[in-house]
Design a protein around this ligand. Structure first.
Ligand code: FES
Ligand code: FES
Length: 169
C-alpha cells in the first residue's frame, strides 16, 4: 500500500503543509503538489543538476531525495529568488551575459550560483567551474554561464548589498 505523509516545509519563505506519497521525491512534490514547475526534471538520477533547489541555503539535487527526508527544512526554488517583479541580480546577470538559451538548465545553474556567491562572494574562475561541475547544459558551452556568475559577483559588490539583496524578506 502506498502510504501518505503530511509534509511540513518552509518553501520560498512560507510554511506549507501538504499530503504526499511517502516515497515521492522532493522534485515531484515541488512540481506536482506545489505546482512550482520552475524546477526541472532532467536525468532523474542525480547527474544533470536541472532539479537543484536550495535546502537550508545549499544547492541540492531533488530527483533522488525523498520528501520525507526534508521535513521542517527551508527550501528555495527559482520562483522564490526574484523580489516581486525585480529579478535577483544573478538572474539579471544570466540574461545580460547571454547565458540562457533553451533555459532548461538555468534554474539549477542560478541556484547553484547563489549557493556559491553566498559562501564565496568573489570566486575565481576555477571555483565557479567547480561549483557548476554537476550541471549539464546542452546549449551554451558553459563559457557564458561562467561569465554570468562573474558578472553577478561584480554586481553584488557594486550595489554593496550582497547577493542576498534580491531575496524576498
Ligand atoms: S534531474 Fe536531478 S540531477 Fe538530473
Ligand atoms: S540553456 Fe539549454 S540546457 Fe542550458
Amino acid at each position: 500500500m502506498n502510504k501518505t505523509l503530511l509534509v511540513k516545509l518552509k518553501v520560498n519563505g512560507e510554511w506549507i503543509e501538504a499530503w504526499a506519497p511517502e516515497r515521492q521525491t522532493l522534485l515531484d512534490f515541488i512540481r506536482e503538489e506545489l505546482n512550482l514547475t520552475g524546477t526541472k526534471k532532467g536525468c532523474g538520477a542525480g547527474d544533470c543538476g536541472s532539479c537543484v533547489v536550495l535546502i537550508d541555503g545549499r544547492a541540492t539535487t531533488t530527483c533522488t531525495l525523498s520528501v520525507s527526508k526534508v521535513q521542517g527544512r527551508e527550501i528555495t526554488t527559482i520562483e522564490g529568488l526574484a523580489n516581486g517583479t525585480h529579478l535577483h541580480p544573478i538572474q539579471e546577470a544570466f540574461i545580460e551575459a547571454g547565458a540562457i538559451q533553451c533555459g532548461y538548465c538555468t534554474p539549477g545553474m542560478v541556484l547553484q550560483a547563489k549557493d556559491l556567491l553566498d559562501r564565496v562572494p568573489d570566486p575565481t574562475e576555477q571555483e565557479i567551474k567547480e561549483a557548476i561541475d554537476g550541471h549539464i547544459c546542452r546549449c551554451t558551452g558553459y563559457i557564458k554561464i561562467v561569465e554570468a556568475i562573474r558578472l553577478a559577483s561584480r554586481k553584488s559588490k557594486k550595489v554593496g548589498a550582497g547577493i542576498k539583496g534580491g531575496l524576498k524578506p
